[in-house]
Design a protein. Structure first.
Length: 136
């Protein structure tokens, strides 16, 4: 893969990462607020469900922040090759997260397609960042 192609991949997937990361952060904040409100307003099993929702929202927020950071770093690296290391590091974090998500999805029997797409995008960003890191 050429350095020019790698920069294009970083730019395109950086923009996609920024958009989806921001949407994931907004959605997870809504889940946290809804789960917290349900936990406070309800009693018994409903309160437990609210607490579980809030914890799931926090995990989704962390995932969204990683996606957002990966997108920002990838986009910045597409413009300036000297900023490739953060994109490379977040690509590795994205690969690890994608593998964990894929294993979890296979175990649960749901959401395998989105986990595969996430893993492929992280792999492409890693390959592009590694090409720039090595050649450029």
């Amino acid at each position: 893969m050429s350095v020019g192609t790698s920069k294009t991949i970083l730019k395109v997937f950086g923009i996609i990462g920024i958009i989806f990361g921001a949407l994931a952060c907004i959605g997870s904040l809504l889940v946290i607020l809804g789960g917290g409100a349900l936990g406070v307003a309800a009693s018994g099993d409903d309160a437990v469900v609210g607490g579980v929702m809030a914890v799931a929202g926090v995990l989704a927020l962390i995932s969204g922040l990683i996606t957002l950071a990966q997108g920002i770093c990838s986009f910045n690296a597409s413009k300036d090759s000297s900023k490739i290391m953060p994109a490379w590091i977040f690509a590795i974090i994205g690969l690890i997260s994608g593998i964990i998500s894929l294993i979890s999805s296979i175990a649960n029997g749901s959401g395998v397609f989105s986990a595969i797409i996430s893993l492929v995008i992280s792999a492409l960003i890693f390959i592009a960042a590694n090409t720039i890191k090595t050649n450029g």
